[in-house]
Design a protein around this ligand. Sequence first.
Ligand SMILES: [Zn+2]
Length: 258
Amino acid sequence: MKLICPVCRLPLIRDGRSAHCANRHNFDYASSGYLNLYPKNRKVHGDSPESVKARTAFLNTGTYAFLQQELSDVTHALDPDVLADLGCGEGYYTKALAGREKYGFDLARDALITASRHDHDTQYVLSSIFQLPLPDACVDTAVTCFAPTAGDELMRILKPGGYFLCVTPGPDHLFELKEILYDTPYRNKVSDLDVPFALQKQYVIRQRSLLDRDTLLLLFRMTPYAHHTPSAGMKRLEETEQLELTSEFVIRLYEKTR
Ligand SMILES: [Zn+2]
């Protein structure tokens, strides 16, 4: 196990249902299997249980299965010994990624419960991605899918020659949904990432799928649109029987050069 104590940064040793360092700082595994390495006195700011529930149900429809497959293919080609997924959520992508030793980090407890119940090949950890309980230069491949980019931590945890795989929404991602919700929908901007690595590859994958109303509402509840949609837009969405929708993702692969 590569994980280190978040208090004193010494290696952690597993001991049944808990893990401890040489200074006897002690951390518990949840019954579902994830390890809680978040400071006990600090408030957790993960995704809300409602948004996690909607996202899990939406992902289970298979609408984003083509992205899961793409990330699986890319990581299998890289063939990492150690892989870390920063902002892993319910592990929908993590479980498909390659890696002899895999870690998934997130702050959403409900997502980690689902993740660790369905994927026993990954150690899921409740932790901020901006203060990772990992030693320096121990990760071969790091992945971030729709989560903020933790540039400094990526620089620290990646081995020289390691890879960072990043997924962000493409310009046309969910555009037809935004046309329903807003009078003036905007395309997503694809901006450069603030990471000190060499860009090896950048490409876009997209798929159009026909979604029924229930699936659309799940998707809506897991997006940021759920928090700022005018009531006219909300009404139009509720009246939509089905929608042909574009899912579009920008995939970037960076290398931490030696
Ligand atoms: Zn310690």
